[in-house]
Each structure stands twice: as structure tokens, then as C-alpha cells.
Design a protein around this ligand. Structure first.
Ligand code: ADP
Length: 544
């Protein structure tokens, strides 16, 4: 017997309807690309999103068309997402930090028909637009006054374009499984792969992310997603904040320590989210300027492992709670969050920090397991590593055009490519990407654990660990370090600092000091490049 309850499709535009109806005056504050701070609210955001959808229709955009955006987090980008999805078309976020050839590849794979681009990125688009034959119209996200000269054809000024969308429009109705958004993985190995979110997955993911033990958001909060909309579906914040009725602060192009600090303090942000490199930068700025964060209640940190020292500084020095999260583009993207619970009441302050450095528990809607290479489940003892696999309603069931099919098994388990252990309370800790784990004498060494340890040394600004060939052990860890300005630590000092905190056989065989460490377009250490840079390096004693 089926239940007698209504079918109410979970559609993205219902989120902005709700925000406009019940939190209509709640502000959406942005640092504009043109410079000034811009203020609007959810009521106006919905009105402009409706005009956006109507205007797309006038441009003959059809359901399922892929509409690209290359833009910072601003009110215009937000209304674009809702306008695109409200028509049944698909927003496709482009990461401007990718190489131009990768962008061309991605846009052609997605067959984008229109592009909304911020002023900042117009020069980049001028170089590549000619290589994307499906692209028939480009809209620059600005007003007439700021419209630049451009060599591109079929270009319009956003505010003028949008003004032509006035009139009545009602959101389209369709199946909740309809595609809503698209985001490509960074493709550090092979070509990028397209992840295609549905309305249903976006809405369910947003509902989960406002749970108190996930990001947690309410109508009393002011949320600032520093994570760009173009990184992994904005971590769901562009749906979660309006759904919760939280005031939204968007940092626009101001991604440096000073600009982020200004927005956090001037706008009294209570909850924010970004990758560890952003927070390392902010903490350095705070230290230098003797700043404080009186309004900030919690910071959500994910995308790469968050060093214990960052958690400690936020909490002990600035009184800001840290939520360490893990996820990936394929998971919409949040998969687990570390929040202490009564199971940890008896632990010392130090032990609690150790737990917080883990990536935590999945929330309702994510199933998780670790297996060996033959898919046998591994024990949850907090030590045994395995391949991390997940499934749930906001986890990809396939990549666009069927790429990477080997990562999905017949029971829907998705192999994340991460290696992790899970403790007796179900707290997961990522020990590596499977391709970065260091295989030494048949055992595995976690490069992430060593990096986090090294970065806790007061003279270290950034640390990376890679496995390099070793004649006896197969691979051994090499520690690569950027020292903080005006610091000059020795190899021995760093190794001594690490020595009693890690098993002897995990200790790096050598330390190399560098001026720069390569990063991916989403701020992760680019280990493929680092290994290439170090290909001629030999460990001491292995020179021949
Ligand atoms: P991109 O590679 O484009 O940045 P994702 O953001 O989807 O794409 O990257 C997901 C990967 O990032 C995960 O599989 C994992 O390896 C890593 N990651 C994300 N969050 C964490 C975290 N808190 N700790 C360690 N690794 C993380």
C-alpha cells in the first residue's frame, strides 16, 4: 500500500520562493566586481531571477540547455543560478583558475550555449570563446556604465539584457530528477569529468547542510560562503542559506586576507566556509594586524585536510568553532563533518583536537564504508586504511557522458578515490588520495598526516609530502616546505619537532625547502606537478 501523501517535487526555485515569502527582507550583501558593496534581499533576488528566466526564454534557451557562468560570488551570480534552474536549464560553473585549454575542453564537452561572465574574466574569455562553437551569446555581468570594449561578437551588458526580461513568468514545473547544475572535477589525472546535479539532489543536500551538526544555518545567522560558487557547487550554500533564511554575504572578487576580514567584521558574519589555504591566509592577516572575530561563531573548513594547528588557533585564540568537513564535487559536495559529541566528553583538550582533525561522521543521507581492493569491508578501528566508498541521494550515479564508469559499482557505491580509516564512533579520517598514499615496504604512509604535522611547526607556512622511489623500501616520504617570512628553520629542527608525534618508519627521509608549492585550481597541492619537479631528486645515500 502506498502512503497517501502529496508528491511535491523538490525543485531549486522553491527554495528562493520560500526565502522571498518568509525571509524576503533578509539581506544579500555583496562586494561587487565594480568595487562598492551592493545590498539587496531575497525578495528582489527572486524577482530578478524570474526576470532572468524570462529573458533566457526570449533568447530561445530551452530546458536542458547548459548555461555557463564564470563569476565570483555576487548577487548577480546567485540570481543567475535560480533563473537558469527555474526554466529547467542547467547552470554550468566554470573555474577561471583552470588552464585555458581545460576550459575549452570542458565547455565543448558540456556544449554550453550561453555564458555569463564577470568583468575580471573577460580577457580570458576573449582568448577562448572562438574555440567553443556552441557558444552563441555572452553576457557581461555589469551595467552599461562599466561595460568594457571587447573583441567578442554577440556580447551584451547584463543589466540591459535583464531589463528586457520584465513581465510575467512562472517557474516551470518538471520532474525533481531533472538536471539543475553541472560542475567538472579538476581532472588532475586525465580529462575533467562532468558531474550533473539534479533539483532533487540540490534540495536534499541543502536540507542536510543546514542540520545543526553539518554547517548548521538558521534565520538568525549571517552566512558568508568564501568558497567560490565555481568550486564544487558552492558547497551547497547558495541553496542552503536561502532555505534557512540566513542573511547572505558574498565576498565577490575580494579573496585576500584584508578583504575577507573586512566582510567578516563589517557585516557581522556568524558562519563562513572555505578551504584551509584561505583560512591560513586569514590567520596570518589577523596575527599581523592584531585582529579579532567577535561575531563569527563557526567556520566550516573542507576541500583539503585542515591542519590541527588551524583548528586550535581559531578556537583557542579567536573563540571560533571549527567544523572540519570532507566532500567532493561528486557528492554535491559535503560528505561528512567533524563535530564533537557526548562520546568525546571524557577526552582531554588535546585529544579533542585530535578528533577534530578527522573528517568526521556522515550525516543522514550519506552512507559510507571502507574496503580493501577486493571490496571486503574493513574494520572501524581508527587504524586500518581502506578505499572510501559512499552512496546517497546527493551522490553522483555516473559521470556526464559515462566517463569513469569503473568508479561506480552495481550497488551504487561510488569509489571516492580517497583512502581513509574510520574509528569506533564512525569518525572517518582521510589519510590520502589513493594515488598519493606512500607505499613503503608494503605498508602505507599517509602524506596528509605528515603535512599536517609539519605545518604545526611555528616556522612553516606550507608543507607537502610526496612519495619518491627508494631502492630498498619502494617509496619513502620527502617533506617539502615553504618557511614563513623571516624564518629560517633547519631540516633537523623540523624533523625533531615531528619525531615523537609519528611512528619512526613514517618519518620523512629528507626535507627540501622551496619558495612555492604548485596548487590545483581549487587550492589543493598539485602532487603530480610536485613529483615531476622532484623527479631528479635522490634521497641521501641513494644518489647513484
Ligand atoms: P577538485 O579536485 O576539483 O578540488 P573536489 O573538491 O571534488 O574537486 O575534491 C575532492 C577531494 O578533495 C576529495 O576526494 C578529497 O581527496 C579532498 N578533500 C576534500 N575535503 C577534504 C578534507 N577535509 N580532508 C582531506 N581531503 C579532503
Amino acid at each position: 500500500m502506498l502512503g497517501l501523501m502529496q508528491e511535491w517535487p523538490l525543485l531549486c526555485h522553491k527554495v528562493i520562493d520560500h526565502a522571498a515569502n518568509y525571509h524576503g527582507d533578509r539581506e544579500v550583501v555583496s562586494r561587487s566586481v565594480e568595487g562598492p558593496i551592493h545590498r539587496t534581499n531575497y525578495r528582489n533576488t527572486r524577482a530578478r531571477a524570474l526576470a532572468f528566466a524570462r529573458r533566457l526564454e526570449l533568447d530561445d534557451v530551452r530546458p536542458d540547455d547548459r548555461i555557463a557562468t564564470m563569476a565570483w560570488n555576487t548577487w548577480r551570480h546567485l540570481e543567475a543560478w535560480y533563473g537558469i534552474t527555474g526554466l529547467g536549464a542547467i547552470y554550468h560553473t566554470l573555474n577561471p583558475r583552470l588552464f585555458p585549454q581545460q576550459l575549452v575542453w570542458i565547455m565543448n564537452d558540456a556544449e554550453d550555449s550561453m555564458l555569463f561572465v564577470d568583468l575580471t574574466f573577460l580577457p580570458l574569455i576573449e582568448k577562448i570563446a572562438g574555440s567553443v562553437p556552441t557558444l552563441r551569446r555572452i553576457i557581461v555581468l555589469t551595467d552599461r556604465e562599466h561595460m568594457p570594449q571587447t573583441s567578442l561578437a554577440n556580447v551584451d551588458c547584463y543589466e540591459e539584457w535583464l531589463a528586457e526580461g520584465d513581465g510575467d513568468f512562472t517557474w516551470r514545473d518538471f520532474d525533481e530528477r531533472t538536471a539543475a547544475g553541472m560542475c567538472y572535477t579538476s581532472g588532475t589525472t586525465g580529462n575533467p569529468k562532468g558531474v550533473l546535479y539534479s533539483h532533487r539532489s540540490n534540495v536534499l543536500h541543502a536540507m542536510a547542510s543546514i542540520f545543526p551538526d553539518v554547517i548548521g544555518m538558521s534565520s538568525g545567522d549571517t552566512m558568508m560562503p568564501v568558497v567560490p560558487f565555481f568550486h564544487a557547487n558552492a558547497w551547497g550554500t547558495s541553496f542552503a542559506a536561502p532555505m534557512a533564511g540566513s542573511r547572505l554575504v558574498l565576498p565577490g572578487p575580494g579573496m585576500d586576507g584584508k578583504s575577507i576580514y573586512e566582510m567578516l567584521t563589517n557585516e557581522k558574519v556568524t558562519v563562513t566556509a572555505a578551504v584551509p589555504t584561505v583560512w591560513l591566509m586569514l590567520l596570518q592577516y589577523l596575527e599581523k594586524e592584531n585582529g579579532s572575530l567577535p561575531d563569527l561563531d563557526r567556520v566550516f573548513i573542507g576541500g583539503s585536510a585542515c591542519p590541527r594547528s588551524v583548528i586550535e588557533t581559531f578556537q583557542n585564540r579567536y573563540g571560533v568553532k571549527v567544523r572540519h568537513g570532507w566532500g567532493m564535487t561528486e557528492m554535491s559536495p559535503i560528505g561528512s563533518v567533524c563535530v564533537l559529541n557526548p562520546d568525546h566528553d571524557s577526552l582531554s583538550a588535546d585529544q579533542r583536537l585530535d578528533v577534530q582533525a578527522k573528517q568526521g561522521q556522515p550525516f543522514f543521507g550519506v552512507e559510507m564504508k571502507i574496503t580493501d581492493d577486493d571490496d571486503n569491508a574493513m574494520p572501524h578501528d581508527g587504524r586500518t586504511f581502506g578505499r572510501l566508498k559512499v552512496r546517497g541521494p546527493a551522490v553522483a550515479s555516473a559521470y556526464y557522458k559515462g566517463d569513469g564508469a569503473e568508479q561506480f559499482d552495481s550497488d551504487q557505491w561510488f569509489d571516492t578515490g580517497d583512502v581513509a580509516h574510520i574509528d569506533e564512533h564512525g569518525y572517518m579520517q582521510v589519510t590520502d588520495r589513493s594515488k598519493d598514499v606512500i607505499k613503503s615496504g608494503g605498508e602505507w604512509i599517509s602524506s596528509i598526516a605528515l603535512e599536517n604535522l609539519a605545518v604545526g611547526h611555528p616556522a612553516v607556512a606550507e608543507a607537502a609530502v610526496i612519495g619518491l622511489p627508494h631502492p630498498k623500501w619502494d617509496e619513502r616520504p620527502l617533506l617539502i616546505i615553504i618557511a614563513k617570512a623571516e624564518c629560517n628553520p633547519s631540516k633537523e629542527e623540523i624533523l625533531d619537532f615531528m619525531r615523537d608525534k609519528v611512528s619512526k618508519w613514517w618519518m620523512p627521509d629528507d626535507v627540501v625547502f622551496v619558495d612555492a608549492i604548485p596548487h590545483t585550481a581549487t587550492g589543493k597541492i598539485l602532487k603530480t606537478e610536485l613529483r615531476a619537479q622532484m623527479k631528479d631528486y635522490r634521497f641521501p645515500g641513494c644518489e647513484s
